[in-house]
Design a protein around this ligand. Structure first.
Ligand SMILES: NC(=O)c1ccc[n+]([C@@H]2O[C@H](COP(=O)([O-])OP(=O)(O)OC[C@H]3O[C@@H](n4cnc5c(N)ncnc54)[C@H](O)[C@@H]3O)[C@@H](O)[C@H]2O)c1
Length: 380
């Protein structure tokens, strides 16, 4: 099965046969040079498949980002200005020109980093995303946001820019680690919570996607699930590409998730070894906390809040960082949240499942209480 979507001028092709669209694009666009950005895992697990399916890529120049962790480890530390600098220098050494094409073959880190580099080198060259993790396929590769981290501050330097094509091949999920696969489900749950009660129920109750609290098999056909998420994201992004209003619905759970990621980068990764928390795991914390804040501000039903917390506890691995310390420091990290207005914390919350509300002013005590809720309910 193959599904196609369009977002702005970008064609998004979803399905294990989506490479035919890549072949067609390459034949019609004829770039002067093609660069494929990979990390050590996507070089090993994904590149061979692409080269065997798309023979015109055999002559492409493969740029491998070094220094990433073993099989499916966290490579968040690669998303830095230093790495942008390194890649740009390599591209210049290989004589990149304005008619060159960059293909980002990897998870959210490669898509964010490669998209950022492509949009600044030579004032911008065309790029294609081929997301290889569930997280990147349902979210990171779609929607035109690219960014890198500045020290421990998440996604603080970036821009809006569209790839010319996005090839989503669910097959790649077979080789990602189970941890990575499960963590990506937090973005899937988020789509249910902000957009669609039916989808939420289907994910958590129908034994359709989550069976006996086990996430569906990585090897099953994920085309429909991924397509549903992409369809929701496209609908929201189309209504507010530059993220000044409706698009902020997609940020539900993310204010606290990003604060937590920054906290881990600064306080746990002291030796710079890349011990960042997975974005999806941080989001599982953010979803519970921000549903709690929704309960405080909008009377979101307490029973449903507790049920969501229970489901999240059943699905995701436990968070083994010091949450008491995080609670003390969280406000400091929220100060750099891009949604803040006049020093006020602006969260995206939900009145009910499927009824998001953006730009909600939230007090420091509501934020701290939400982390207490998480600690008491789920953290042992
Ligand atoms: N731009 C956006 O809109 C957006 C949205 C959501 C998340 N993000 C970003 O995405 C990043 C997280 O992305 P992620 O979860 O994909 O993690 P990731 O990119 O760090 O990849 C996780 C690990 O999986 C490995 N890997 C990737 N594909 C593989 C495959 N098919 N087989 C085996 N190993 C594979 C990678 O080498 C890495 O070790 C974060 O930086 C987050 O901020 C961006």
């Amino acid at each position: 099965m193959n599904n196609k979507f369009i977002l702005h001028n970008t064609i998004i092709s979803v399905g294990d046969n989506s490479f035919s669209d890549l072949k067609e694009f390459l034949a019609s666009s004829n770039p002067t040079k093609i660069f494929i950005l990979v990390d050590q895992n996507t070089k090993k697990y994904c590149l061979p498949r692409i080269l065997s399916l798309v023979s015109s890529l055999k002559s492409a120049c493969v740029l491998e980002l070094k220094g990433c962790a073993e099989h499916s480890g966290n490579i968040e530390v690669l998303k830095s200005m230093n790495m942008v600098n390194d890649i740009c220098i390599k591209l210049l050494n290989y004589n990149i020109d304005r008619d060159s094409l960059i293909i980002n073959l990897g998870g959210g880190v490669i898509c964010d980093l490669g998209g950022f580099v492509a949009s600044i080198i030579k004032r911008g060259v065309k790029f294609i995303n081929i997301p290889t993790t569930l997280m990147a396929q349902v979210d990171a590769a779609i929607g035109g946001k690219v960014a890198v981290n500045l020290k421990n501050h998440k996604n603080q330097v970036g821009l809006f820019v569209d790839p010319v094509l996005i090839i989503v091949c669910p097959f790649f999920n077979r080789s990602i680690s189970n941890f990575n696969f499960v963590c990506a489900f937090s973005e899937v749950l988020k789509y249910g919570l902000i957009y669609d009660l039916k989808f939420w129920k289907q994910i958590v109750y129908d034994h359709d996607l989550v069976f006996k609290n086990q996430i569906i098999d990585q090897a099953s056909d994920l085309t429909e699930l991924i397509s549903k998420c992409i369809q929701i994201k496209i609908e929201i992004v189309n209504s507010d590409y530059y993220d000044i209003g409706h698009r902020r619905k997609l940020n539900f759970g993310h204010s606290i998730a990003h604060a937590f990621e920054s906290y881990v980068l600064e306080h746990v990764d002291l030796d710079g070894s890349g011990n960042a928390v997975h974005h999806g795991l941080a989001l599982s914390l953010g979803l519970v906390c921000e549903t709690y804040i929704s309960y405080r501000k909008f009377n979101f039903p307490k029973m449903i809040l507790n049920d969501i917390a229970l489901k999240i506890e059943q699905i995701f691995p436990p968070i083994d960082y010091d949450l008491i310390k995080f609670k003390k420091l969280v406000i400091g990290y929220l100060k750099s949240d891009k949604k803040n207005l006049n020093g006020q914390y602006q969260f995206s919350l939900i009145k009910e499942i499927g009824q998001p509300i953006v730009n909600c002013s939230v007090s420091e005590s509501e934020i701290i209480d939400s982390i207490d809720y998480y600690i008491n309910k789920m953290w042992k």
